[in-house]
Design a protein around this ligand. Structure first.
Ligand SMILES: CC(C)(COP(=O)(O)OP(=O)(O)OC[C@H]1O[C@@H](n2cnc3c(N)ncnc32)[C@H](O)[C@@H]1OP(=O)(O)O)[C@@H](O)C(=O)NCCC(=O)NCCS
Length: 205
């Protein structure tokens, strides 16, 4: 079972995300050091995390995807995505899509105007997923080491198209909820009808 993404603040859950981050094979320079620093910043609330969980057979939940982000260091109108990762076993199930939709909703609600992130130009998966969600490539630079080119991606939340797609996604969620409600009301109605006819049959006998 997979749960909805949510913003986490509980120290135990932060620790679970930290363990998840450490378990991922990333070829970023000083990745372990970055994870330790990120954990401290998550505990302080400077870095924020949206995580998605699943449960094992014994009912223990575990992280299957996360998105770490923070307010941009120099531009307070922007959010910067720092890490986006979905466990290999759970890829292609729209988990990343759900994480990105969640951070975009959070950013809009908090009044941010733009979301940016950088990824190694070798991370074709990240670049492909982000461009599908209307992130545009703003620049290509070597941010960490001279050997590697990084792609800077950004989404303008004030653009008409971006607002329309956010409204559409809210509408889709609402329609899905309405469908569930109609199905459950219909089931209840059918159940009551069958109980009613059963008791009438008994009465007639
Ligand atoms: C990139 C990643 C986050 C995608 O997660 P995911 O949950 O599998 O993605 P989704 O299922 O939400 O897919 C979203 C869309 O992107 C596409 N997509 C997913 N993986 C893709 C890939 N490797 N290449 C191209 N497109 C891809 C999907 O087909 C889907 O398209 P659709 O909406 O048209 O159907 C995941 O593969 C991952 O964690 N990769 C490692 C990333 C990494 O190195 N992170 C650390 C640096 S920040």
């Amino acid at each position: 079972m997979i749960y909805c993404p949510r913003l986490i603040t509980d120290p135990k859950e932060i620790n679970a995300v930290y363990e998840f981050l450490k378990s991922q094979d990333l070829d970023y320079p000083q990745y372990d050091e970055w994870c330790r620093k990120a954990k401290r910043e998550m505990e302080l609330g400077y870095k924020k995390i949206i995580a998605i969980y699943s449960k094992d057979k014994s009912g223990n939940s575990f992280v299957i995807g996360e998105l770490v982000f923070q307010q941009h260091k120099t531009d307070s109108s922007m959010i910067e995505l720092k890490n986006l990762r979905v466990d290999r076993q759970y890829r292609n199930k729209k988990i990343c899509t759900a994480l990105l939709a969640d951070v975009e909703t959070y950013a809009r609600e908090q009044g941010y105007k733009k979301i940016i992130c950088d990824a190694s130009s070798n991370s074709e998966d990240i670049v492909a997923v982000m461009t599908k969600r209307s992130y545009r490539i703003e620049a290509k630079e070597s941010l960490y080491t001279a050997k590697r080119i990084d792609v800077i991606l950004a989404k303008d939340l004030t653009e008409k198209q971006s607002i329309i797609s956010a409204t559409m996604s809210d509408l889709e969620k609402l329609i899905a909820k309405m469908k569930l409600l109609i199905v459950s009301l219909y089931r209840r109605y059918v159940l009551q009808l069958s109980r009613h006819s059963h008791s009438r049959n008994q009465f007639c006998r």
